[in-house]
Design a protein around this ligand. Structure first.
Ligand SMILES: [Zn+2]
Ligand SMILES: [Zn+2]
Length: 273
């Protein structure tokens, strides 16, 4: 059985503080074969005049990850990734970050629409249905804009706002956005970009992975086969959380393989039975 957690945050993320040693210890204890450390780089969060390193020190992260990879060689594969947030909002800064470092794996993620705060703090509970629909329409449009910018290997946590709007009067409604979601899937499949299954929703009120299982059914029916799996852990204790359940879910939906990335190249692995 090969289990990989390909989305997690260490002390090099602005919103996490786990040491690589704790992450790797937790991963081996959880029976994982591989982790990819994907710290945040959101160019739109860098203060005016501040250098990109003030937000994410990619050199220091790489050094620590390579040291952990050497220490755990033969027990745990440790690869060097990044979660690139909203790259299309500050394209030059994002391109410079990607050009300057040899990431094994790059996640493209959308956490906010341009000019808006993170969906984490969007007041869903004060929105009427029309405003909510507009917010979600814009979310999917911005995912397309980010995909067109490109430069990443997997699309992170598609449906992220639903992780946060649950319990605030607006249940997740993928059917309502099916055309936009299928347009995104068509783009992914055509361009060889993978789709991430993010398990952090299993640790929240919504209690599901993102994208929602029905969306994964649509993706599969359209021919999609490149799936990365990540816990989005922001603490060492959550490393690997939900990965086994996700293997079972994907099997149930008819998938047989998932994808890991090494030096930017996809490699298919069998899903656990
Ligand atoms: Zn994210
Ligand atoms: Zn993340």
């Amino acid at each position: 059985m090969y289990l990989c957690d390909a989305h997690l945050h260490s002390e090099f993320s602005y919103d996490a503080d786990s040491k690589l040693s704790d992450i790797c210890g937790s991963a081996t204890a959880a029976g994982l074969s591989e982790v990819c450390v994907t710290d945040h780089f959101d160019a739109n969060l860098i203060g005016p005049g501040d250098p990109p390193e003030s937000h994410f020190d990619a050199d220091a992260a790489e050094k620590a990850i390579k040291a952990a990879a050497a220490e755990y060689a033969g027990r745990l594969t440790v690869t060097y990734g990044i979660e690139l947030g909203e790259p299309h909002e500050l394209p030059d800064c994002s391109r410079a970050m990607l050009a300057a470092h040899d990431f094994d794996f790059i996640i493209g993620s959308l956490h906010n629409a341009p000019g808006d705060p993170d969906y984490y703090v969007v007041p869903f509970d004060r929105m009427d249905d029309e405003e909510y629909k507009k917010t979600m329409d814009r979310y999917f449009e911005q995912n397309m804009a980010m995909l067109e910018f490109g430069g990443f290997h997997t699309l992170g946590h598609l449906g992220y706002p639903w992780r946060l709007s649950e319990g605030k009067g607006h249940p997740a409604d993928p059917e309502r956005h099916r055309a936009a979601i299928e347009e995104i899937f068509r783009f992914l499949i055509k361009n060889g970009v993978a789709l991430e299954v993010n398990t952090s929703g299993l640790r929240r009120e919504i209690n599901t992975v993102h994208p929602l299982p029905v969306m994964l059914e649509w993706y599969r029916a359209m021919g999609g086969r490149l799936i990365t799996i990540g816990s989005d852990a922001h603490s060492a204790g959550d490393v690997g959380a939900g990965v086994r359940e996700t293997h079972r879910l994907l099997r149930k939906l008819g998938f047989t393989e998932f994808t890991v990335f090494r030096a930017g190249k996809p490699e298919q692995k069998k899903l656990a039975q």
